[in-house]
Ligand binder design. Sequence first.
Ligand code: GUN
Length: 297
Amino acid sequence: MSAKISAKIIDGKAIAADLRAAVKAETQLLTAAHDIVPGLAVVLLGDDPASRSYVTSKSRAVLEVGMRPFDHHLPADVNEAELLALVQKLNADPAVHGILVQAPLPPQISTNRIVASIDPAKDVDGFHPLNAGRLVSGLPALAPCTPIACIKLIKTVRTSLAGCDALMVGRSHIVGNPLAQLLLKENATVTIAHTRTRDLPAYCRRAEILCVAIGHAEFIRGDWIKPGATVIDIGINRVDAGGKSRIVGDVNFAEALNVAGAVTPVPGGVGPMTIACLLVNTLRAACMQAGLPAPEI
Ligand code: GUN
């Protein structure tokens, strides 16, 4: 007999639509009161179809909330000096409040040098070392969008994270590390697990909040999940089954449904919220640059 489905599916698409509507309303207020139209510059190098598709979605979302997109498309063989010159131009442009250089970058370009060249006040990705350091130091910072998205999704099913056992599986500087910091800020008891962790299932089984960002399709099994846990699946993995390609997360979703209290689907969970949080960061950046308080959204 198969177990009964018990988990609530966290509808990232619907939650993201609400957040985008809130950003749109706040953007209208900012424009009406201060004549500021938040501007986001998105820089794409080359023609990778996945990157192109992300960039198109970001620019469309920017337009829809009444912000101004500045799209820059450079050839894949552009040299680092040319890209640095473009970033400097965007840093100096008062109409540009946020700058995002779409990763991955071609091999002739140092991602670290490019990230470090972005004005930290315009770093809407939250990847600049100054913002990463401010986040760890408990200072106001632009934090990376995916971790912000995860916290917002968790809060739709839990009123408080204080004292909760939270496990972050994955330690990247883009997701795992900053999400662990944000969970800590919410007073969760945070553990970070990674490829060298011994007995990962045992750590998972303790977690009331289980966040996974490892890039391994359906790696986390249902019997690793604590009954009633909140499961946030940050993985986006393309798998081929029966000649058809589909996208799955890092968690075995069908199994998680029988055990978890709430779980994010892939697609339709964290992904749409990440773009909505990029808009939140752009709005925050625009407010901060004008010396205005950022709206609480
Ligand atoms: N490539 C995939 N995700 C991201 C992201 O969040 N920011 C940037 N800059 N590049 C990405």
